[in-house]
Every structure is written in structure tokens, then in C-alpha cells.
Design a protein around this ligand. Structure first.
Ligand code: ATP
Ligand code: MG
Length: 419
């Protein structure tokens, strides 16, 4: 037997309703803010993600699924959603359409990581992108959408943490200060941090090694290095969130995993066990569209991991709506009745009911057993006598009571009992 690849998971029919519920809530919430869906390819040209040699993100350095296709082109399975949306926005000339551009996506994404709970090689994201608006109200709207989503999913124990990482100008001064702070301790830090201290010391704040974490605690904070514009932007964003009653805490050490962020960065962290901490992350990336060859276009957005949302919901004991099941199973006692059952099922489906009938040539007893397994609410039995009289024996599986119902009144009888 061939096994599933490491770090991937099957989503089986029994859990489909959980996924569909989260996806539906996400769509409805985003549409309430005027975001509309966008779908872009699962694979893109590698250059879209690996932009320039200075990139120091884990995603680009070690996590990408990159291969040559048969035409010798370097192709990468998307590790995240933003780059594809940004490319589509530019390539389709959407900057000359209505601005701000607001879109959401529900995608699978691919990262070569060490699999663990809430960390997979193929995983799923819901994300939102808002392009064209530089105003702090856009940051606040994106954060408010993220917050509403979690709230609408019933999550209560998630904490919003925000920070500003400034613009390239304030960041340059901060990086220098950080480098000076870390260099005296660098011998005691991990191999990755030894590289980061030269290339991008800010990334050291995000290091997950215990040995490195003890040093970051006392590191200089970016908020003390922000220029006036960046500081005002940050203050206004926080004021709007406070006015909108979106609770947050400031975390000076959030830097986010991608190099393209500017100013606002935020994360929603769950304390639910096994949820891998961060369920949703985002921020502002005013330089990204320019980096991709577009004109200067401010941008803000976020992405949530669906697997982590589900883990957090399960850990919090959130109640999911029950899956919709089979309304009526139509059982036939012989071949002729089975054909009538088949046709009646068709009719009931046209009336909007979920119906099943025997496809295995089973005995009546075996058909009942199946109907019970799938949780059918009614079983309609047809035999020789019923056929002659044009009726079914309709059994309510919950109460076990049976009634005779005419063929033409069956749909109504089942529907009536539904209400
Ligand atoms: P982490 O620090 O946990 O590695 P990240 O900063 O790499 O997360 P982002 O690139 O911001 O994550 O992606 C946004 C969200 O996607 C994360 O908050 C998380 O919920 C989810 N996510 C990221 N990587 C994975 C993965 N390998 N498996 C499952 N979910 C993931
Ligand atoms: Mg990561």
C-alpha cells in the first residue's frame, strides 16, 4: 500500500462539515467588510517568492517546495497567499480599478517544515489583502476583520498582539542597535542567529531556540526607534482599535516571518494546547507591490491557518453545527420495489431532501442496518403490497413509529416532520 507523504493529511468526509463551517464563517465575515474572493494558481514562478538575494526568511531559505518543470522553468508551490494575489493584482491591471482593492482567499499552501501538531507541509489558509490604502484605518479594518473572524468562530482565548516595525529608515537605525546589542553574546546563540546577526538581526527576535530567547528579552525595542510618521501611524491604528473595542496588547518583539513587512505587524495567539501558538498573523507591507514591479501601492493583510483554527476551536470546546445527514432512506424488498425506491428517491431529491436508496442489492434487514449507520431520519419501506397500493411504510427512526404514506405525499410527509 502507498502511504500519504510526510506532513500531509487527508480531510475525510466525516470531518468535512468542520472545514466547511470554518470556511463559510470566514467567507461571510470577509464579505461583510466588502472583501471578495480571489483564486490564484497553486504554483508560481520561483522568482515571485524568492525576490533578490537579501531574503532572510525561513520560508524562502529553507521551506520552499521548488522544482524544475519539463520546460526547465523553476516552479514553486505557494508557501503563502499574498505574493500570488499581489502578482494577480498587478498582472490584471487592478490598480486602475476601484481602490482600495479588497480580496480574500482560501488556499492550500506548502512549506518543507518539520511536521508536528498544527505544523504541516501541506496546510490551509484563509487570508485577506487590502491594497491601495496607506491610512491607519486600513490597518484597523484588517485587524478588525481578523478579530471578527475569530469571534464568529467562537474563539474566546485568543490574544491580539501588535507592534510597529517602522519603515526602512527607522528600521535601519534599529537593526544597527540590535546588532550592537547581540554581538557580545553571539557565541552563546544558535547557528541561525550567527547568520542573522549580520544579515537581519531583527529576525533574531523571532528565534524559537530557548538559548537565544533569554537574550532577546532585554534587547532594544523598535518602538523607541520609530520616526514621527511611523509613530503617528501606529498611535492612530491603536486609537481606532481601542475605539472599536478590539482588545490588544503591545508586543515589541513581534517581527513576523516575512521580510516585506513595514509598520504594523500583528498576531493572534491562542493559549489552547496544541494550537502552535499563532493562529493568525499579518501586517502592513507597503513595499511589496513595488518590489514586484508595480507602482508604489500601500498594502495590508493577514493569513490564518485553518488547521490551527480548528485545533484552537476543539481545544476551547467550541460547538460545531451538526452535519446535515440523510433525511430519508428508501428501502425496497425486491427488485421491482427497489426500482420504485430508486425513482421515489429522485423525486424527493427534487423536493430538496437528502435521500439514499439501496445500491448493493441488500436484504431489507441489511438496508435498515445501513440506514441506521448513516443516521437516516426516516426509512421508507416498499414491498409487493405497498407497490400495489401506491404507499410506503414510513418509519421515523428516532421514535420507531411507522405510518402509511402515499407515494405522492411522501416528500411532504418527510418535510413536514423536519420542521
Ligand atoms: P510560525 O511562526 O508558526 O512558523 P509563520 O510566521 O511561519 O508561523 P505565516 O507565514 O505568518 O506563519 O502564516 C500565517 C499562518 O499560517 C500562521 O499563523 C499559521 O496559523 C499558519 N501556518 C504557517 N505555517 C504553517 C504550517 N506549516 N502548518 C500549518 N499552519 C501553518
Ligand atoms: Mg513558519
Amino acid at each position: 500500500m502507498i502511504n500519504i507523504p510526510k506532513g500531509t493529511k487527508d480531510m475525510l468526509p466525516a470531518e468535512a462539515h468542520l472545514w466547511q463551517y470554518v470556511e463559510d464563517v470566514a467567507k461571510i465575515t470577509a464579505e461583510g467588510y466588502g472583501f471578495r474572493e480571489i483564486r490564484t494558481p497553486v504554483f508560481e514562478r520561483t522568482e515571485l517568492f524568492a525576490r533578490g538575494v537579501g531574503d532572510t526568511t525561513d520560508i524562502v531559505n529553507k521551506e520552499m517546495y521548488t522544482f524544475l518543470d519539463k520546460g526547465n522553468r523553476s516552479i514553486t508551490l505557494r508557501p503563502e497567499g499574498t505574493a500570488g494575489v499581489a502578482r494577480a493584482f498587478l498582472e490584471n491591471g487592478l490598480q486602475s480599478g476601484a481602490l482600495p482593492f479588497k480580496a480574500y482567499y482560501l488556499i492550500s499552501a506548502y512549506r518543507y517544515e518539520r511536521p508536528q501538531a498544527g505544523r504541516l507541509r501541506e496546510f490551509h489558509q484563509f487570508g485577506a489583502e487590502l491594497y491601495g490604502a496607506a491610512d491607519p484605518s486600513a490597518d484597523a479594518e484588517a485587524i478588525s476583520l481578523a478579530s471578527s473572524l475569530l469571534q464568529n468562530l467562537g474563539l474566546e482565548h485568543v490574544e491580539l498582539r501588535i507592534n510597529s516595525i517602522g519603515c526602512p529608515a527607522c528600521r535601519a537605525r534599529y537593526q544597527t542597535a540590535l546588532r550592537e546589542f547581540f554581538l557580545p553574546h553571539i557565541d552563546k546563540m544558535c547557528e541561525d542567529c550567527k547568520v542573522r546577526v549580520q544579515k537581519n538581526p531583527m529576525r533574531m527576535l523571532d528565534c524559537k531556540e530557548e538559548g537565544c530567547k533569554q537574550f532577546t528579552l532585554h534587547a532594544p525595542k523598535i518602538v523607541d526607534y520609530l520616526c514621527d510618521d511611523c509613530r503617528n501611524h501606529y498611535e492612530r491604528t491603536k486609537a481606532l482599535l481601542t475605539a472599536a473595542k478590539v482588545k490588544f496588547t503591545e508586543d515589541p518583539f513581534i517581527v513576523r516571518g516575512l521580510d516585506y513587512y513595514t509598520r504594523t505587524v500583528f498576531e493572534f495567539v491562542s493559549d489552547a494546547a496544541g494550537a502552535q501558538g499563532t493562529v493568525l498573523g499579518g501586517g502592513r507591507y507597503d513595499g511589496l507591490l513595488e518590489q514586484l514591479g508595480g507602482s508604489h501601492t500601500p498594502a495590508v493583510g493577514f493569513a490564518a491557518g485553518i488547521e490551527r483554527l480548528l485545533l484552537a476551536m476543539q481545544a476551547e470546546g467550541v460547538e460545531f453545527p451538526a452535519p446535515t445527514g440523510t433525511d430519508c432512506y428508501l428501502a425496497g424488498m425486491d427488485d421491482v420495489s427497489r426500482e420504485k425506491a430508486f425513482l421515489l428517491a429522485e423525486e424527493l431529491r427534487r423536493a430538496g431532501l437528502c435521500c439514499e436508496t439501496d445500491l448493493m442489492g441488500r436484504s431489507l434487514k441489511a438496508q435498515f442496518k445501513y440506514a441506521d449507520k448513516i443516521g437516516a431520519r426516516f426509512v421508507a419501506v416498499i414491498g409487493e403490497n405497498e407497490l400495489q397500493e401506491g404507499v410506503v411504510q414510513l418509519k421515523n427512526m428516532r421514535t420507531s413509529s411507522s405510518v402509511r404514506v402515499k407515494f405522492e405525499e411522501l416528500a411532504q410527509a418527510v418535510l413536514g416532520e423536519e420542521e
